[in-house]
Design a protein around this ligand. Structure first.
Ligand code: ZN
Length: 476
């Protein structure tokens, strides 16, 4: 009995170099068919230069093959491999339909033993096509990315690579990215930008733009808030908004998430101090300045160096004092600084240890759904306006309140991220040596636990530190 096979061969242009020529595929499957008793290749079905992956491409010979299999013109199919025949799951399913309808059909490939006439073979084929499909999709995305990349590089004007990336502007520079990540974490846990700048200067970090001078605070701010870090296209340091009203995304590797970037921007823009306006500002050189309050008049006490103190002197280097009446205080209460600091630090260590035990779970931000809705609405409005479905005047009138709500929600989200980051960082702090933290971090930890410390007058001549004269008001 003669088995008349349809031989299928295909070459596509999107896979260069290793591509098997159609002639070679045909020779190979004819050779295999030749050694099987009764097998003959009745017709070659050759699709040239057509990708089986691309959805919109019609492969005329493949279509003919399906028809011929269905109608019994041929008794089976032989191909170089499954990849030539079907890369789209949709094509594979159509082929499988035919084989299920006509179980007597023969199926053979040169490279592997897929047999569409068995159920195991069909399962295997589906898995293989699914994987090949994904690989092709990835390749497609890579190709598309490369194209956009080339287009972008024109606009970039071939300048210096941004800090955080290698010269190709796409690949992350691991050492620089690590610096950025660490700086972000430090900022979010309360370290000041100037402290981090000093650290970078000490390390000798340079930008590629200026390799001569130490890095500046302004340059640092630019580096740490670069929208590019989270994948956003940036124009003059701001997210670039596309015609659809959404930020345009770049094609490079990212260093952080958009949420983290927003939180960092919020911290550096002072959003944090705005929403914490009711809290004490953190711009002090001494641990408890402003946290201590005079018991006589309630005024915040500030620290200053003891004029008489010298290296090797006895007693505390500095004093906390109620300001003089000209500065709003009564000037009656003062206390040696170092013993107070030491006493409070011990209290903080205990409080941190208690807090550490049950790790605080991170809390989801409740506005996420509404923010997504608002962004969606803005997007469809702009789309409708661009598509001339509604007038620009109407669109703008509707856009304004939405944009306002979006900005408010985004602000809320940033605030939430900052709080979450601070909670997380503050709990981790204990693992570090408290004394080695920069002063603003130490103060942040203190303020997390303590709202105020009321200092009662010690009385004349009382030189010894007495903790009972301190009344700690704990934070709720
Ligand atoms: Zn006072």
């Amino acid at each position: 009995m003669v088995v008349r096979l349809g031989g299928y061969a295909r070459i596509s242009l999107d896979r260069d170099g290793e591509e098997l020529g159609v002639e070679r595929q045909r020779r190979d499957y004819r050779q295999v068919a030749g050694v099987r008793p009764g097998w003959e290749v009745a017709r070659d079905y050759i699709d040239n230069d057509v990708s089986a992956f691309k959805r919109n491409v019609v492969r005329p010979e493949f279509e003919q093959l399906l028809v011929d299999l269905q109608s019994g013109v041929i008794d089976g199919v032989i191909a170089y491999d499954l990849d030539r025949l079907a890369r789209q799951p949709r094509d594979l399913e159509r082929l499988i339909d035919v084989f299920e309808e006509r179980p007597e059909l023969v199926f053979c490939t040169i490279t592997n033993d897929i047999d569409l006439s068995t159920s195991d073979g069909r399962t295997m084929a589906r898995v293989m096509v699914a994987f090949a499909n994904k690989a092709s999709a990835d390749t497609g995305r890579r190709v598309a990315r490369k194209h956009r990349e080339l287009a972008d590089s024109g606009k970039n004007g071939g300048g210096f690579p941004p800090f955080g990336w290698k010269a190709d502007r796409v690949t992350v520079d691991p050492a620089q990215a690590e610096l950025i990540t660490k700086a972000h974490d430090a900022l979010l846990s309360g370290t000041r930008l100037s402290t981090i700048t000093a650290e970078w200067q000490e390390k000798g970090v340079r930008t590629s733009r200026n390799t001569e001078k130490p890095i500046t605070r302004v340059a640092m701010k630019g580096i740490l808030t670069n929208p590019r870090l989270a994948g956003f296209r940036a124009v003059k340091g701001e997210k670039h908004i596309g015609s659809d009203g959404k930020p345009v995304m770049g094609v490079w590797e990212t260093v952080c998430t958009p949420e983290k970037l927003d939180a960092v921007v919020a911290v550096l823009d002072g959003v944090k101090t705005r929403y914490k306006a009711n809290k004490l500002n953190n711009n002090h050189k001494y641990l408890l300045s402003g946290i201590l309050r005079c018991a006589e008049c309630g005024t915040r006490m500030m620290a200053n160096m003891r004029a008489s103190w010298k290296e090797g002197s006895k007693g505390s280097r500095f004093m906390y004092r109620c300001p003089a009446s000209t500065d709003g205080g009564c000037g009656k209460v003062s206390r040696a600084g170092e013993p107070v600091d030491k006493f409070i630090v011990n209290l903080i260590h205990d409080a941190e240890a208690r807090l550490k035990a049950p790790e605080k779970a991170s809390i989801e931000w409740s506005g996420a759904v509404r923010l997504a809705e608002v962004e969606q609405e803005i997007g469809s409005l702009i789309e409708a306006m661009n598509g001339k479905k509604i007038s620009a005047a109407t669109a703008i009138a509707m856009l304004e309140p939405l944009e306002k709500e979006r900005d408010e929600l985004a602000y809320e989200r940033n605030r939430h991220s900052v709080e979450q980051a601070q909670t997380a960082a503050a709990v981790v702090d204990l693992a570090e040596d408290f004394e080695r933290l920069p002063i603003e971090r130490q103060r942040a930890v203190v303020m997390k636990h303590i709202r105020a410390i009321v200092v009662r007058p010690a009385g004349r001549g009382a030189r010894k530190f007495n903790p009972e004269l301190l009344e700690v008001v704990w934070a709720a």
